[in-house]
Design a protein around this ligand. Structure first.
Ligand SMILES: O=C(O)C(=O)Cc1ccccc1
Length: 284
């Protein structure tokens, strides 16, 4: 068995993988679509990809690729606390305040905007494919005084010096990762979880007044709790959106199928993206 993740080694995604998958091979991929394609091509059995951060919101490439390019069920969710650190090559540890550029994943940069604006004012930043990819770049270029924003494991893995710890702008910084597979599978690492969610993709009938209100009513009168609703562009024209809706319950035989049937009767398109256990893990 193999699990693919957004690499290289020591990304936050790999930390999430390590907490849930033991005794199977962990394979890094350079991009989020690359991880998902690897499941489709059966190069790996599972993929773990970031979906949403508490400070920066959804990872749009994950939502869009999952809803529009591949057909893979979500079989689990892992929520991980995120701590961002500024790190440089040990050769530059004493003059880190003179760094010429800061590299990281776009979400990590966004989580540290206040720090960058106040402590490294005017220093340009650039987003790369992951936090660990940034750490690896810094390790490979000791002659350039550049910095990465990444986690503690990446500093260890790539031999970097952490010069400022916990530089994320708000303490409550968590990221949700989803586990994808080719088919619905029960994950051993998540089987003890008492918390389940169900995610639906809903498209509205065009030009129908009150359609979103009716969609929400279908959940409301059944007392199904929504933990998230997100709109994403259909990419067919301005104003054309679909919705991704997270329900705080496991797929049952009555309430969710009833709500889905009601939405279809209203003229909506409804697709089940997954019903899955959810765990919160520690950083360690
Ligand atoms: O780049 C990483 O390390 C990732 O796993 C993606 C990510 C980036 C920022 C916060 C959480 C996950």
């Amino acid at each position: 068995m193999k699990v693919g993740y957004l690499g290289p080694k020591a990304t936050f995604t790999e930390i999430a993988v390590r907490r849930v998958f033991s005794g199977i091979e962990h394979i890094p991929f350079q991009t989020i679509p690359g991880c998902m394609d690897a499941v489709v091509e059966q190069e790996v059995d599972f993929a773990v990809v970031p979906l949403e951060n508490a400070l920066e919101g959804s990872v749009n490439i994950t939502l869009d690729y999952l809803t529009q390019e591949v057909d893979l069920p979500i079989i689990g969710e892992i929520t991980l606390p995120i701590k961002q650190h500024l790190m440089v090559h040990p050769a530059n540890a004493s003059d880190w305040q003179q760094v010429s550029k800061v590299y990281s994943h776009s979400h990590a940069i966004a989580q540290c905007h206040k720090f960058l604006h106040t402590q490294l004012k005017g220093v340009p930043f650039e987003s790369v494919s992951s936090t660990a990819a940034a750490a690896k770049m810094v390790m490979e270029a000791p002659e350039a005084n550049i910095a990465a924003i990444a986690n503690e494991l990446a500093a260890e893995e790539y031999g970097l010096s952490i010069v400022r710890r916990n530089i994320h702008d708000f303490d409550y910084n968590h990221t949700r990762f989803v586990v994808l597979a080719k088919e619905q599978t029960e994950l051993k690492g998540l089987s003890g979880s008492a918390h389940h969610k169900t995610t639906l993709m809903v498209t509205l009938p065009s030009d129908q007044a009150g359609a979103l209100h009716q969609v929400l009513s279908a959940f409301a009168w059944r007392r199904i709790n929504l933990s998230k609703i997100e709109s994403r562009p259909m990419k067919t024209g301005i104003g054309n959106y679909f919705f991704i809706i997270d329900l705080e319950m496991k797929l049952d035989e009555v309430l969710i199928p009833g709500a889905m049937a009601e939405l279809e009767a209203l003229g909506c398109g409804v697709k089940l993206l997954g019903s899955y256990p959810s765990v919160m893990v520690e950083m360690n």
